[in-house]
Every structure is written in C-alpha cells, then in structure tokens.
Design a protein around this ligand. Structure first.
Ligand SMILES: [Zn+2]
Length: 279
C-alpha cells in the first residue's frame, strides 16, 4: 500500500472513532475544565448540545476544550457568563472565535474594562444573541434536560461584582447540578428564599470555595453528594478556604478539586453518575 492510502485509512478510522464516540455516548457529560484560578464548565447533552458556563482567565480555553469537542459536533449552543470578572469570561473570546456560537446568557451587568469591552466587541462582530434572563426562567436544552435560573441580580449595578452572579440549576431526569458562580452567603440566602427545591447531587462550589460563600443554610438545602471546587494551585486568594471545605464536608458532601484532579468529568444517564478525571 502506498503511504497515501495508509494515511487515508488512518484518517477514516480516526474520524469514524469520533463519530462513533459522539453518536454512542448518549450520556450527559459535565466537564469541569482545569483552567487554574477560574471557572469553565462544558456541558454536553445526551444528543449533542454543547453549553459552556464561564470561560476561565486564559486565552487557551478553546484549545483546552478541543479534546472534548468531537469532529462532527463543534458548535456551542449556549454560553453563560456568570458575572463580569476576568476569571469567568476572558477565555470565552477564544471560544467564540473558534466555535460557532448561538446565544449568550449574562447577568445584565457590564464593566467598563479593556478586556471586557474587547469581549463585547467580539460578541458584536459575531452577531451573537445576548439574553438577560429572569428569575425562574427555564430552558429546555435536550429531551428531559433543563436549565433553570435560580438567581439573577435585579439591579444595574452591584457593590460586589461576585454578587452579580447568575446561578443555575441543571436538571436531567433525576439528576441535578447547581452552578453558583461567585455568589456570597448573602446571595445564597436569597437563592434559598426564592427557590423551593434545591436538592442536587452535584454542587459547583460558590466563589472557588471562599469562606464568605458556601454557608451551612445553602449546603443543607442542596445536600450535595459531590462538590466541585474550581480553584488554581497556590492562588493569591488562598482558595479554597479551609472554613468552606469544613462546611462542605460537614454537609455530607465529598470534595473534588480541579487543582488536584485536572479536568473533572461527570457522566450521567439521568439516574446514576460516574466520575472521571485527567489526573
Ligand atoms: Zn471567580
């Protein structure tokens, strides 16, 4: 066989593998991407919808994501920017440039900073639809897979940008996950007041497991089995704080950390779930 034929056969095999993988996984995949000190979560639905919550602080997110994006399915159906801090949005610029993105949900609160304005400019250039949801809005992502807004800031400005975080509950049949941005305990109490059922198997710790977030009231209501902490090794904030981790453990949850495990992948069929990690 000539080199060209061998190359073609190998290429067909690789493409076939990706297609097979994409067609047959049929599970909800939640990838907590290891972006150091910041949040970035890729949600891949059972039938191939891609949702990205936050983008981490670095311009290489699109490259980091590529290992989770199959050849035949490289569009992003929805991006959610929890709040306008760089460790949550900056990597999105690379994603919007690389992947065909449809819509963006955000808190409605902007900041007048160079990096943020640049991201907004890119969003404009790509004609993306910007959506400011309302509390309790519910989006059907795929069959039996829903995304609900459990917190939205009501004002145009806030004293602490962390408290502008859009909070989300993802429900796939009997499996629930809460993504809490960088909300403080004050906001957690509002989430408790405004939502009757928060019980979830998985919880994305508030604010990289800061001690000013992740308070007992919310944890006792979510009753997570697993809490994922997205914080970078040796970060200048000292996240995750021991006080927050003590409260999480006391609530009966296990802790998974990106700084220890690398990328963390949770797969679910809507009832059970399995956990994988890159380290
Ligand atoms: Zn943050």
């Amino acid at each position: 066989m000539t080199k060209k034929i061998i190359f073609t056969i190998i290429t067909i095999f690789i493409l076939g593998f990706y297609y097979f993988y994409e067609k047959n996984d049929k599970l909800l995949n939640i990838v907590f991407i290891d972006v150091g000190q910041g949040d970035a979560i890729l949600i891949k639905s059972q039938n191939g919808k891609n949702i990205l919550i936050d983008g981490g602080p670095d311009s290489d997110l699109a490259e980091k994501m590529s290992k989770f994006m199959a050849y035949r399915n490289n569009k992003i159906d929805l991006i959610i920017i929890s709040h306008p801090h760089r460790d949550h949005y900056y990597g999105l610029i690379s994603v919007i440039k690389k992947y065909k993105t449809q819509k963006i949900i955000y808190s409605g609160i902007d900041v007048n900073l160079q990096d943020y304005n640049y991201m907004k400019k890119i969003i404009d250039e790509y004609n993306l639809v910007f959506i400011k949801p309302k509390l309790a809005d519910k989006y059907e992502i795929d069959e039996g897979l829903y995304l609900s807004i459990i917190y939205m800031p009501k004002t145009k400005t806030v004293d602490n940008l962390n408290d502008a975080s859009v909070s989300i509950k993802l429900t796939y049949k009997n499996f629930d996950v809460i993504f809490n941005g960088d909300a403080s305990c004050e906001i957690e109490n509002i989430i408790l007041r405004d939502n009757s059922n928060l019980k979830s198997e998985i919880f994305k710790a508030s604010h990289h497991a800061s001690k000013y977030s992740n308070c007992d009231n919310l944890l006792n209501s979510i009753k997570p089995r697993i809490t994922v902490i997205q914080s970078g090794a040796d970060n200048k904030f000292g996240h995750p704080h021991q006080e927050a981790m003590d409260r999480i453990i006391k609530s009966g949850s296990k802790i998974l950390r990106n700084d220890e495990l690398g990328d963390i992948i949770i797969k679910s069929d809507g009832d059970n779930y399995q956990i994988y990690s890159s380290k």
